[in-house]
Design a protein around this ligand. Structure first.
Ligand SMILES: [Zn+2]
Length: 387
């Protein structure tokens, strides 16, 4: 189990969550029982329980009879989780990694976990693994299965049918209905969405897109996709595939590198983690390949590569920004989190190529939630399912 790393959870919050789950599961339903179950001091328990009651997550539900010989005095108040307080689950299927999270009924993250695996080529196994990871995480917390789950899929989903619909991008997933598959495995309500759209939602609710109604989110990771929020609403397009920008042509051709979609010169052949790592490794022959990452480098050669890749993306995004007039462009995924060489270069290139009026009203920023934006967005979507 991993507590979100770039959003440290204070010790008092962990204590509060631990107490909440003891109350919710019925394992300890009075302040005295919580003290006994946890070994925490009475004042710590009182303080955390007061906070849970104040925020409406726990209610005092009458009085718990005291046992024979337990002495006189006021009977203990019974504590219960507030009605409607739910646990929700989130799954982020990356191309080569699965991340899962559990959250409360508001979508606030409680805990998360991840595993590296081949998602693209083994759809059913990936869904099995994701469900096992999620149930395992719930087991670690001592709670049941979540009431609802939302999952991000790294490819286009037909919004009319719920089916994955691109044979060229996510071949083993084509024709599958991820929401139905996950619902059947978990026995709960499930919703599937394009991963970048969930990233946009996460950033708008809790990240760098807060306060913006027109958000252009880019997930630059093993693949390249975009998520759009226009006039405050998630935008999926006519059939659900809006934002599939990874397989548009690089301005100027990009060297015509072959792409997994069968074409040459797609944006993703330049702006993706695999393509970037290949270039960095080529320029660092003395460094072990597994020591090379896209994170902000200490050396000038890597910084130059990241800047060039950023410029390619900025050039390509300029026309989309002219078309859509977003107020914020949020750069997510590993490349978005790689540091200023990439982000500054996207900004400079985009502002140079876009109409001046488009650029004047546009912030270009890295994702506030880093590579967790999709998972956080999935928790928000799952919480809406419950509501
Ligand atoms: Zn392509």
């Amino acid at each position: 189990m991993i507590i979100p790393s770039d959003e440290p959870v204070p010790a008092r919050d962990r204590t509060r969550e631990r107490l909440y789950y003891l109350i919710r599961s019925g394992a300890a339903t009075s302040r005295s029982a919580l003290v006994e179950a946890t070994g925490l001091s009475r004042s710590t328990v009182n303080s955390a329980v007061t906070g849970l009651i104040r925020t409406g997550r726990v209610v005092e539900a009458g009085e718990e009879p005291k046992g024979v010989g337990s002495g006189s005095g006021r009977p203990a108040t019974t504590l219960r989780a507030a009605p409607g307080e739910a646990i929700v689950g989130a799954i982020d299927f990356g191309h080569d990694r699965i991340a899962v999270a559990l959250g409360d009924g508001t979508g606030q993250c409680i805990a998360e976990d991840s595993v590296d695996t081949d998602v693209d080529l083994r759809a059913h196994e990936a869904m099995d693994q994701a469900c096992e990871l999620l149930i395992g995480l719930a087991g670690t917390l001592g709670i049941g299965a979540p009431s609802a789950v939302a999952a991000g899929i790294p490819g286009p989903l037909d919004s009319r049918t719920g089916l994955v619909c691109s044979a060229t991008i996510l071949s083993s997933w084509v024709g599958l209905n991820p929401a139905e598959e996950l619902s059947r495995r978990l026995g709960t309500a499930a919703h599937a969405e394009n991963d970048a759209l969930l990233g946009a939602l996460g950033e708008q609710r809790l990240g760098a897109g807060r306060g913006h109604s027109n958000v252009f989110y880019i997930r630059a990771t093993a693949g390249l996709g975009a998520g759009l929020i226009l006039d405050g609403r998630l935008y999926r397009g006519a059939t659900g595939i809006a934002g599939e920008i990874g397989h548009t042509a690089v301005p100027g051709g990009g060297g015509g590198e072959p792409c997994r979609c069968g074409r040459r010169g797609c944006l993703e052949t330049v702006v993706s983690v695999g393509a970037v790592l290949q270039r960095i490794r080529h320029s660092h022959p003395g460094v072990a390949p597994d020591e090379i990452t896209v994170s902000q480098p200490a050396d000038a050669v890597t910084a130059r590569i990241m800047a060039e890749v950023g410029a390619t993306l900025g050039d390509a995004l300029a026309m989309f920004c002219n078309l859509l007039n977003p107020s914020v462009l949020v750069l997510g995924g590993e490349l978005g989190a790689s540091g200023p060489s990439f982000v500054d270069s996207v900004r400079m290139s985009l502002l140079r190529e876009a109409q001046p009026a488009t650029g004047a009203g546009l912030d270009v920023v890295p994702a506030g939630l880093g590579v967790r934006a999709e998972l956080v967005g999935a928790l928000q979507a799952a919480a809406e399912l419950v509501r």
